[in-house]
Design a protein around this ligand. Structure first.
Ligand SMILES: Nc1nc2c(c(=O)[nH]1)N[C@H]1C(S)=C(S)[C@@H](COP(=O)(O)OP(=O)(O)OC[C@H]3O[C@@H](n4cnc5c(=O)[nH]c(N)nc54)[C@H](O)[C@@H]3O)O[C@H]1N2
Ligand SMILES: Nc1nc2c(c(=O)[nH]1)N[C@H]1C(S)=C(S)[C@@H](COP(=O)(O)OP(=O)(O)OC[C@H]3O[C@@H](n4cnc5c(=O)[nH]c(N)nc54)[C@H](O)[C@@H]3O)O[C@H]1N2
Ligand SMILES: [Mo]
Length: 769
């Protein structure tokens, strides 16, 4: 198929980066214009209208950019600038044509940037790279499945294969995929969640009995105080700003805890309201707590301690004693532990003044209904699990779980990462789930835990893995320690990517490699029984259908469900009693099985068809029921640990710019932070620069420092003087993954510690002033 338009790859040169003052507000008219521009340019009016106006509507598709929930009353423009970018990126009519593969050897593609790869357009046909060759070549679907099925069946053990999932995959595709993988015989089902909210899952699971948000969308409007920790909603969950503005209008106070003064946290101009268009917008944060990287655990302990002291001063007036008595355990231990909290260690760890902590505590004490939200700033910390347990401690003290306007709310990343987990994409699914599979399908799934993302790379490195299959995503770029991860991938016999577009993981390959192109969520999914919808679960456990709206970009594309169904037939065939072919014909059949297997999804086919779908049951939220070992919510004791940063070093976080979706680079600007035409920048506080003898605009090499003493370095980064917390620097992910050691993981969740890398900046070798 010929390309409809040639790709536009306007990549800036390294030294073109322009830096201007950071913005103090987010969205507003420029947000809307920025969102429509690329869509109209790349897709034309008709495709833009069909996609943008169908986003997040009841009969449309679920936006694939993030897992932010939808309000009951939706605006006709229920999308944001970054959602529009995600849709434009997927629904582009530009395609990779057949000649492309002969023109570009894999070794050449490997030298290209993520941006360039994404700009080549949508993948349209299966391609195969045989061992010993440097080119992919187009092949038929039948051939592709027979190569992969044959390879999988030739392995000495099913555990020599690993099946990764990224979080865009629908519930239907995810359920079918994990079923196939378990029927094949392994629990090696790592996912992007391992690098994302895994710390949340563990912390909330152990203390509240469920790893999901305990609020629903409408709770934002009922809250007195919303504390946003380690999250940049202006860029990563822009529609959250509308909910925050609504909460403010209802009288809520908002506190932002972040080392960076992120634009969306400070001020918001709602593009859907007149005052957002012509006025100054709404001030969002009432208090900005500029914390040091990794200081949140100390802050939360200090606030809880103040709450307990207030109770001691005025017994019976501060704690929710009834709630604690009926529903919680462990308060005595927490009290004893916090009594010993070292106030100096808190100040050192947080970098805050005592008064700032007092102010936050006073706000917490004044509020009857408190929500705490968080994202990667907390989960990707060495003490991420413990920090989130401290959020639970603080909320439990005043009964802020399971009442209107209150709760613990992790804000998920990928649009269906939560649903994928619900459907069984996890290397450690509990026995009840595996029992239900056995009962439904009559085969005994493996019981031994599989490997998570980090363990997967380690096993590849050690030669214990042979085949890697990815349902979406870009693991080699997303995981820590890029060079180690690349070497591990290249150590494999076969790598397989099921994807919409090219990325780095298609270029760092095993001896043999396959690319299986798939349809995206925007596209009409026609099967034998008619047009199919799929379903997804958002951050607050609402499950709803998603209908594709535009013609698939190429006739030869298969849906994710179809790919899984055919791969299963080619691999496990009749060995298990599953109607794989039927799955592809009618997704209702998959949903019927989901009803029987997945707890909380009873009558799935019927409930998903109700207006707006349905909300998954949630013990803490609905009835203050806690499915922990003891049936109680648990106060936990967590030993404070301070991030150690030797003199002359900085702690570096790796984060997203405004122009990217994870490893997908839409462009080279980071509008709110004042960066244009470049990503190779490192943000440093001006006083730190002075102390280090460095200057704004200077080029430096960033050296990672870790106890293994391996050289990890990013060369030639432009220093940007930026009002970050003292001692804390920032650079963009995925590039900065080069600096994050594979073995440096969060305690208890094995998530790479992407927000706490000790680095040394040195004047760039090849660019000295
Ligand atoms: N447009 C767009 N939307 C996205 C994504 C995207 O890439 N682009 N990615 C999606 C995914 S998968 C995810 S998981 C989410 C990610 O959403 P975020 O978690 O907002 O993503 P990050 O850019 O990693 O931002 C982390 C934020 O935490 C702060 N932070 C870092 N370390 C600390 C710390 O120690 N303490 C505190 N209090 N704050 C800290 C940073 O300054 C930054 O504001 O977004 C989702 N939505
Ligand atoms: N240093 C550092 N590392 C991080 C993070 C960080 O903050 N710092 N964040 C971590 C987080 S939170 C996450 S979630 C991971 C993300 O890790 P991944 O989920 O693995 O990465 P993505 O970049 O989201 O994957 C993008 C690719 O998915 C494919 N794709 C897009 N849509 C579809 C679809 O509908 N179907 C299929 N089959 N494929 C599709 C496209 O080929 C695209 O190139 O990265 C993690 N890595
Ligand atoms: Mo994520």
């Amino acid at each position: 198929m010929a390309r409809k338009t040639s790709p536009r790859v306007d990549e800036p040169k390294e030294d073109e980066v322009e830096v201007s003052a950071q913005k103090t507000w987010a969205a507003g008219v420029p947000g809307v214009l920025h969102s429509m521009g690329p869509a109209l340019r790349d897709m034309g009016v008709d495709r833009s209208r069909k996609t943008l106006l169908a986003m997040n509507q009841r009969d449309g598709f679920d936006c694939m950019s993030c897992a932010w929930p939808d309000p009951d009353h939706r605006s006709p423009f229920e999308f944001c600038e970054n959602g529009a970018k995600a849709v434009t990126w997927e629904a582009t009519p530009i395609t990779v044509d057949t000649d492309f593969w002969a023109e570009h050897p894999v070794s050449e593609l490997r030298q290209q940037s993520e941006y360039w790869l994404g700009q080549q357009g949508r993948l349209t046909e299966p391609v195969y790279k045989p061992a010993g060759e440097d080119h992919y070549r187009p092949i038929s679907w039948e051939k592709a499945f027979s190569i992969l099925g044959g390879k999988l069946n030739s392995l000495a053990s099913p555990d020599e294969a690993v099946f990764y999932t990224s979080g865009r995959t629908s519930n239907e595709a995810a359920f079918a995929y994990q079923l196939f993988v378990r029927a094949f015989g392994t629990n090696n089902l790592p996912d992007c969640s391992n690098m994302c909210h895994e710390s949340t899952g563990w912390a909330m699971g152990q203390t509240l009995g469920i790893g999901k948000s305990t609020i629903s969308y409408n709770d934002f409007g009922k809250s007195d105080l919303i504390i946003i920790m380690g999250q940049n909603p202006g860029t990563n969950h822009p529609r959250m700003l509308t909910a925050l503005e609504g909460a403010k209008n209802n009288g809520a106070a908002i506190v932002a805890v972040n080392p960076l003064p992120e634009a969306g946290l400070l001020r918001y101009k709602n593009p859907q309201e007149v005052k957002g268009i012509i006025g100054n917008g709404t001030d969002i944060a009432d208090q900005f707590v500029q914390i040091r990287l990794g200081g949140d655990m100390a802050l939360l302990q200090a606030v809880s301690k103040r709450v307990l002291e207030a109770e001691e001063a005025n017994p019976g007036t501060v704690l929710d004693r009834q709630f604690i008595q009926d529903h919680c355990e462990g308060l005595g231990e927490l009290k004893a532990h916090l009594a010993r909290l070292d106030a100096d260690a808190v100040l050192q760890s947080t970098g805050l003044a005592r008064e700032e902590i007092d102010e936050l505590a006073a706000r917490y004490l004044k509020a009857d209904r408190v929500i705490i939200t968080w994202a990667m700033g907390l989960t990707q910390q060495k003490k991420g699990v413990a920090t989130i347990k401290e959020i639970v401690n603080l909320l439990l003290l005043r009964g802020n779980i399971g009442k209107p306007g209150a709760g613990a709310s992790p804000i998920r990343g990928h649009s269906n990462v939560q649903g994928d987990r619900t459907m069984g994409i996890w290397e450690q699914m509990p026995p009840v789930f595996l029992d239900a599979i056995e009962k439904e399908f009559g085969f005994n799934p493996p019981r031994e835990h599989g490997t998570d993302a980090v363990q997967t790379i380690q096993k590849m490195r050690d030669g214990d893995m042979k085949v890697f299959v990815a349902m979406g995503g870009n693991l080699v770029a997303a995981i820590s320690d890029t060079h180690a991860a690349e070497a591990a991938m290249e150590n494999l016999e076969m790598t397989v990517q099921i994807s919409t577009k090219l990325n780095r993981s298609h270029t760092v390959v095993g001896q043999e490699a396959l690319i299986l192109p798939t349809m995206g969520r925007t596209e009409i999914d026609r099967q034998d029984s008619g047009d199919q919808f799929v379903s997804v679960e958002d951050s607050v456990c609402a499950v709803h259908p998603s209908w594709g709206k535009v013609e698939p970009v190429a006739p030869n594309l298969l849906s994710e469900v179809a790919i899984v169904s055919r791969l299963a037939q080619a691999t496990v065939g009749e060995k298990v009693n599953v109607d794989w072919a039927g799955f592809e014909k009618n997704y209702d059949l998959i949903r019927e099985h989901i009803s029987h297997v997945v707890d909380g999804c009873e009558n799935y086919n019927q409930r998903i068809r109700q207006e707006g779908g349905f909300v998954m049951a949630n013990g803490p939220r609905d009835s203050r029921t806690f499915h922990t070992a003891t049936g109680k919510a648990i106060f936990t004791v967590n030993d404070l640990e301070h991030v150690q940063c030797p003199p002359g070093r900085l702690i570096l976080q790796t984060m997203r710019s405004h122009d990217q979706f994870n490893t997908t680079i839409y462009g080279h600007n980071d509008r709110y932070r004042g960066i244009k035409k470049g990503r190779e920048v490192v943000f440093v506080n001006p006083e730190d620069l002075a102390a280090l003898g460095l200057a704004d605009g200077q080029y430096v090499d960033i050296h990672g420092e870790y106890m293994d003493n391996k050289e990890r370095v990013l060369r030639n980064y432009r220093v940007v003087a930026y009002p970050s917390a003292r001692g804390c620097a920032a650079a963009y992910y995925p590039e900065a993954n080069v600096l994050v050691p594979l073995e440096f993981v969060a305690e208890g969740s094995n998530t790479p510690v992407s927000k706490q890398v000790v680095v040394r900046l040195e004047p760039a070798l090849n660019n000295e002033a």
